[in-house]
Ligand binder design. Structure first.
Ligand code: FES
Length: 132
């Protein structure tokens, strides 16, 4: 068995939803990331190009949640994640800024993966969002 074939270590991850809850370009799944004494962090997961990705639910422009209506993260074309407040756009695969007031700052990714029909996320989120 190679490293890539090794079963995921679920001990450091938390199940957040069923894999079928995340449809391609559909509603995101909001969840709370908790770890020890650290204050809980709001996060969300989406599916794009067949893959699941997760981010802290915090815009890089002003630290507010992205979704005006809970779970609505994609723009109308379902190409980018969009902040409802001022329209910053982010790449759904890695959270990079795709334009608007985020000015090159990205979302903070949360490690996640799919296994056995479920989506798992783990601590910690990335400290700094991806750069363009
Ligand atoms: S708060 Fe998100 S674009 Fe301004």
């Amino acid at each position: 068995m190679t490293t890539a074939e090794r079963a995921p270590d679920h001990s450091a991850a938390h199940r957040i939803c069923a894999a079928s809850d995340l449809l391609e370009g559909g509603a995101g799944f909001r969840f709370t990331l908790e770890q020890g004494d650290h204050p809980p962090l709001q996060a969300f997961a989406v599916r794009h190009a067949g893959r699941v990705s997760a981010f802290l639910n915090q815009c890089a422009h002003v630290p507010v949640e992205l979704d005006w209506q809970p779970g609505v993260f994609f723009d109308e074309e379902r190409r980018f994640l969009v902040c409802a407040t001022h329209g910053a756009l982010y790449h759904p695969g890695d959270g990079r800024c795709a334009g608007g007031p985020c000015r090159g700052r990205g979302l903070r990714p949360v490690p996640c993966y799919e296994s056995d029909g479920s989506v798992f996320a783990s601590w910690p989120p990335t400290l700094n969002g991806p750069q363009p």
